[in-house]
Write a protein that binds this ligand. Sequence first.
Ligand SMILES: NC(=O)c1ccc[n+]([C@@H]2O[C@H](COP(=O)([O-])OP(=O)(O)OC[C@H]3O[C@@H](n4cnc5c(N)ncnc54)[C@H](O)[C@@H]3O)[C@@H](O)[C@H]2O)c1
Length: 353
Amino acid sequence: MVKVTRIKKFFKKKKILITGNTGFIGSWLTLIFLNYGANVTGISRDLGSKNGIFNIFKLKNKIKFYKFDLTDEFKTNKFFKNKKYDIIIHLAAEALIIDGHLKPSKIIKNNILSTLNLIQNINNSKTYFINFTTDKVYFNNNSSKNYFKEDNYLYGDDPYSYSKVCVDMMTKMWVNNFLNFRCVNIRCGNVIGGGDWSHKRIIPDLMESIFKKKKLVLRSPKSTRPWVHIYEVCFIVLYLIYKNYGNKKIYEDFNISPNKNEEKNVLWIVNFYQKLSKIKINFSKKLEFKEKINLKLNNSKIKKNLTLKYKFNFRDRFLMTYYWYKFFYKTKKKLIDKTYDDLAYFENIFFKK
Ligand SMILES: NC(=O)c1ccc[n+]([C@@H]2O[C@H](COP(=O)([O-])OP(=O)(O)OC[C@H]3O[C@@H](n4cnc5c(N)ncnc54)[C@H](O)[C@@H]3O)[C@@H](O)[C@H]2O)c1
């Protein structure tokens, strides 16, 4: 693995645009790219959660931040006048599967139009564009034997997944026809880690039930997902850019997920945290909509591309997440130091010093 000093040298002063920079993944990526000396610009339609990384670390003062809705074509076109970026990471989206069921046309319009308005403005053939879609883009017949690879058939049978299949195909179609930037679609498993405050996601809900004694409602206790830690996602994206920035490939796609057999179901997670916290977690089940029971992703393509060995396992992912929230609820004053320590620890595992 390459030395971290070389990577820092590469990112120093790189012009990076992150859409959805106030959300869970976007704010962590912003924090990490700032530590690597990049020049970060962010676009989001809101300021994110009060206790999210964007606000805790006061990232608004450290980047160029533009608050507007990317579905507004006029504002998006105006923003891009005379602006060029080395790297664009597109995360802006309605990211919750449950919202897709509650407000289908809103989610579909938002995710498709924001992406379309963005890509038609990228006017620099050197731009390396990373588009986050999801693990839910694959045609999933719920078989436990499925282990999705990047060239598997795409199909979205709920509004959120459908919107993501559309943007996944749209970016590929766009670059193949117009050749005006290089594109990578990232299909990522369920991301866990500190600083996620989305309602109806298992980790924030579980942490509230442990530390605030709130009753937990489980939608699909038996659903198995490829959980991956936010640091793994961020450092894999960072390293992917470093390794592939200058290459000539117009289009690529990669899964980001844990190694085989590290997928866990929701009930397993509840039991894990129950043992760890020694707190009896009070939960009930409520079926709000049908969710897939099995979802597993094959991660060999990205591991091969980056000659990557996963040094984190499922315990590390869930433990690191738990302790971040424990700090938040019990010793908030030390949270910033704790977060930087965790990042340094992970960086040490990921890269050579
Ligand atoms: N969190 C996960 O487990 C996960 C897994 C796979 C893929 N993803 C994808 O990664 C991306 C980020 O997910 P997240 O969990 O950080 O989401 P999030 O809900 O925490 O953040 C979403 C961000 O997008 C912005 N946004 C949404 N619509 C916008 C619009 N029209 N214009 C401007 N800004 C807009 C919001 O302001 C916010 O900053 C999404 O595309 C999501 O589908 C997330």
